[in-house]
Design a protein around this ligand. Structure first.
Ligand SMILES: [Zn+2]
Length: 294
């Protein structure tokens, strides 16, 4: 992963940085006639395939690109014409340079392009990134929303402000009733919120509420990380995040120290399900504490 400055990355973020990509398999899950979720390493990918072209949501890590292309080739003989980035993070945009050079039009919220154009950092994880080359950058940017008409599908892409970052997009494949939420939704993993990129826990909860309102029990929801979800799963996530952040917010207002807040175990009843990902209960509490102090 040439984008990472290795010392910082390896120390701070072993989950991603030391991953052996040679062992990663890309698994495709069919969600409707023409819409798929691809899971490998990094953010889940959403795909629309059909008579027009391949429309792709996020592209994981650069070293996985050949495997991702092979997985797409099993589903469609058409080229990838569009790549929509849900946000700027490296585990969702690593394939951009390759797909951009191959002729795909990369589309994202304007803050994604801004952040990828210069040296980036994720403070909480101690990670720094080089500015991206021109071919990896979104060439079409939007501020509020944009709609694609492709493969008989209406693909509605909406910005949700200050959620996981300041450039998040949620993608609704309307005919197929599939929503890709990017990293505004981690299913059964404590979610990461990138405070140094403008993320806020209130914005994540608002994003979840927006999708809860726009979906039904039949809607399939692709989270940024974790398994494919239903509306009920999203509701459980939203309630967990509201409960835990509410407990921490009260203690931040009472000027309790981080150690005191961690000792109060604000995540306790959720840990068995949510606490086994890359943010354990202590780190998740620390992240929310710092987010709520901003
Ligand atoms: Zn992310």
């Amino acid at each position: 992963m040439k984008r990472l400055l290795p010392v910082l990355a390896l120390v701070a973020f072993p989950v991603f940085a030391q991953q052996d990509f040679s062992k990663v398999e890309i698994r495709a899950e069919k969600l409707s006639e023409g819409v798929y979720m691809l899971a490998g390493a990094g953010g889940n990918i959403g795909l629309s395939v059909g008579e027009d072209a391949v429309f792709m949501v996020d592209d994981q890590f650069a070293p996985l690109t050949p495997k991702i292309e092979a997985a797409i080739a099993k589903l469609s003989a058409k080229p990838v014409r569009f790549v929509l980035n849900t946000h700027w993070h490296f585990d969702h945009t690593g394939g951009n340079e390759h797909f951009g050079k191959a002729g795909a039009l990369i589309v994202a919220h304007e803050n994604v392009r801004k952040r990828m154009s210069v040296e980036g950092f994720i403070e909480f994880l101690g990670m720094k990134f080089k500015a991206e080359p021109r071919q990896a950058l979104p060439v079409v940017t939007f501020t509020r929303d944009v709609t694609f008409h492709i493969n008989g599908e209406e693909v509605f892409v909406a910005h949700v402000p200050n959620a996981h970052t300041d450039g998040d997009a949620i993608v609704h494949f309307k005919k197929s009733d599939v929503v890709h939420m990017g990293d505004t939704f981690f299913n059964r993993l404590n979610p990461f919120i990138d405070t140094s990129s403008g993320g806020t826990v209130e914005g994540v909860i608002a994003a979840a509420d927006r999708v809860l309102q726009a979906s039904t029990e039949r809607t399939r929801i692709i989270p940024g990380h974790g398994p494919l979800a239903t509306r009920a799963d999203l509701q459980v996530y939203r309630d967990m995040l509201a409960t835990v952040s509410g407990r921490i917010r009260e203690q931040v207002r009472a000027k309790r120290s981080l150690e005191e807040v961690q000792a109060s175990k604000p995540t306790a009843e959720f840990d068995a399900v949510w606490g086994k990902g890359f943010l354990n209960p202590q780190r998740f509490t620390e992240m929310l504490y710092k987010n709520l102090q901003r």
